[in-house]
Design a protein around this ligand. Structure first.
Ligand code: ADP
Ligand code: MG
Length: 609
């Protein structure tokens, strides 16, 4: 069977399918649709994300319900609000020629009364999150006693999220003789248990191997020191100028921090996690869908709703605790027949986790090296060249051509090209020139030397675990940040990464160390003289600092839009704990000339798409 028509769908649906541009059924559709159309049966279907499961249950459901009746006949349970909305929207598209069809989405964070009203108008199909559905039943706002079909979509996710009790409760209000269709990407034991509990002799279909991830995804891992994680992330992004990616972190805090750091470093990024309001999440998701954001940093829970087709890369900034979760992460790319890459940044101690994941996904990881500076510069340069080559000429420029030509009268083509490219390229070159090798081998502990100008370091140690100091020497005394960093390291006999976020002002400066070095630093600079004058170091009240991008470029406002709205207290933390009151007072959190900043002049900026 090779067409939707062969599968036995009616003309209304076939017309909608043509409108949608679906040419032929996907594997799970080809397998599930005939079974569901031809028999009244329970079904367990296992297929990866992005394989078209929504239509696999959506088409048969629409075919089977009676649109002339206003009774609720189908109930689809799905783990998140985003998925719920997405499924409801898809169902409406599929059923656009089914006259009288009413599909209602029911989910938290939106008026329950309004949803109840919509149902009362006669919803044949309800798409719901378990939590809100249970609520509605309890408040008698919905009647599901005549349900004929219940669909458990993303069953593994729903169980992961602890919806087992809710599902049990909800299904207890439905008729015994209904059919239940369970769709899942993986088949952990709990799903098998649920299937057994709620289903009678279900037919089973599997697309690909159980628990196997999509084969059009390549899996790569990169080994670095844990403290270089963030630098490694930036390089992976810089080495892929057209990246459109989801970056996974383990905690909400890390998610927020990575996104903030990326934004501060000039990347087009946003965060999505449970501490954001629904509104904020919607905004971030909208920007991501429109590809206004190139990098979406997400927690596993928040990412459950992300079904965006063109994701080129999934980056595991940290590995999940449960290896099964990796399948869901990597399933965010390689969707709808496209290829994708799932990258994992690991430290040496985590390599064994990679082996565990390989067993689950039944695919081998490729060990890759974090690209070096020269490599990235080359990629960026060629990407720029291609962009220029493909740029449509704007004829408005003609009016100014004479003056421009006069200016370049004596410049030959080669030189002109070089100059032109230098505008963009020098930024990357300066940033990556002499940058260190971030790769570590699986056995040895030593790292490549080389000067690291990129002292942003993993943010983990950057803010709350570190102490910020004030020192009463600055540019006037002949220090720039590099010289001051060297000076401090030499003075206290510290390692290369022990002093960071060094920032020199005219007559004073700031720097950070890990908290545990605080005693040592303060001790060293008690009664300390340098070139005949007392050098004084104090703990600065502004603990963060360093590397905040001057608001001039992004105009301050856009940055906020970009990060999808942070909560007030996050903002305070990000700018250094208690320092807000002192904003502008100590010169540390005031917009500064980036030339003085460690990140500033040398940080490559990403142009938005
Ligand atoms: P899953 O639920 O398995 O993760 P979805 O149902 O969300 O997958 O489908 C993934 C994408 O593939 C969607 O954009 C959907 O519109 C598209 N799609 C589904 N079926 C087909 C098909 N037969 N042909 C082309 N695209 C399809
Ligand atoms: Mg789905």
């Amino acid at each position: 069977m090779s067409t939707f028509k062969d599968l036995g769908l009616n003309n209304d649906l076939l017309q909608a399918i043509t409108d949608l541009g679906f040419e032929k059924p996907s594997e799970v559709q080809a397998k599930a649709i005939p079974i569901l159309l031809e028999s009244e049966t329970d079904l367990v279907a296992l297929a990866q994300t992005g394989t078209g499961k929504t239509a696999a249950f959506g088409f048969p459901l629409l075919e089977k319900i009676d649109v002339a009746s206003r009774t609720t006949q189908g109930l689809i349970l799905s783990p998140t609000r985003e998925l719920c909305l997405q499924i409801a929207n898809e169902m409406k598209l599929y059923g656009k020629y089914c006259k009288g069809l009413n599909v209602v989405a029911v989910y938290g964070g939106s008026s329950i009364q309004e949803q109840a009203r919509e149902i009362k108008r006669g919803a044949q199909v309800i798409v719901a999150t378990p939590g809100r559905m249970k609520d509605m039943i309890k408040r008698r706002l919905v009647d599901i006693s005549k349900i004929q079909y219940s669909v458990l979509d993303e069953a593994d996710e729903m169980l992961n999220m602890g919806f087992k009790e809710d599902i049990t409760e909800i299904l207890s209000h439905t008729p015994e003789d209904k059919n239940t269709w369970l769709f899942s990407a993986t088949m952990p034991k709990e799903v098998a248990r649920i299937a057994k509990k709620f289903m009678a002799n279900p037919q089973e279909i599997t697309v690909g191997n159980k628990n196997e991830s999509t084969s059009n995804v390549t899996h790569e891992y990169y080994m670095v020191n844990a403290r270089d994680r963030y630098q490694a992330l930036k390089r992976l992004c810089d080495a892929n100028p057209d990246i459109f990616s989801v970056i996974f972190c383990r905690t909400k805090r890390d998610t927020q921090k990575v996104a903030e750091n990326l934004i501060e470093d000039g990347y087009s990024a946003g965060a999505i996690h449970g501490d954001l309001s629904q509104n904020q999440r919607d905004m971030v998701m909208k920007s991501f869908r429109n590809q206004q954001i190139q990098m979406l940093v997400a927690t596993d829970v928040a990412a459950r709703g992300i079904d965006v087709d063109d994701v080129t890369h999934v980056i595991n900034y940290q590995l999940p605790d449960e290896p099964e979760v990796y399948t869901h992460r990597s399933g965010r790319t390689g969707r709808a027949g496209k290829t994708g890459i799932s990258m994992v940044i690991v430290s040496r101690s985590e390599v064994r986790k990679i082996r565990g994941i390989e067993r689950i996904i039944n695919q081998k990881f490729i060990k890759k090296e974090i690209p070096d500076g020269a490599n990235i510069c080359q990629v960026q340069l060629m990407s720029l060249a291609n962009k220029i080559h493909n740029t449509e000429v704007n004829d408005e420029i003609d009016a100014h051509l004479t003056s421009i030509n006069t200016l370049f009268e004596d410049t030959d083509k080669d030189e002109l090209i070089k100059k032109f490219f230098s505008v963009e390229f020098t930024r990357f070159y300066n940033y990556y020139n002499k940058s260190k090798n971030l790769n570590v081998s699986e056995s040895s502990r030593d790292r490549d030397g080389g000067r690291d100008r990129d002292s942003g370091r993993d943010f983990k140690g950057g803010k709350n675990d570190s102490t910020r100091y004030f020192i009463n020497v600055g540019a006037k005394d002949g220090f720039d940040w590099m010289k001051l960093k060297d000076f401090l390291k030499e003075q206290m006999d510290l390692g290369r990464d022990d002093v960071f976020k060094v920032e020199t002002k005219d007559s004073f400066s700031f720097f950070n160390t890990e908290n545990e070095l605080k005693e040592k630093v303060l001790q060293h600079f008690t009664d300390f003289k340098h070139e005949g004058r007392f050098v004084n170091v104090e703990v600065s009240e502004n603990r963060g600092g360093g590397g905040r991008r001057n608001d001039r470029r992004s105009g301050g406002k856009r940055r906020d839009d970009n990060r999808g709205g942070r909560r007030g207290d996050d903002r305070r933390n990000a700018s250094g704990g208690r320092s807000d009151r002192r904003r502008g007072g100590d010169g540390d959190s005031r917009p500064r000339r980036s030339e003085n900043s460690e990140f500033g002049s040398s940080r490559p900026r990403r142009s938005r798409r």
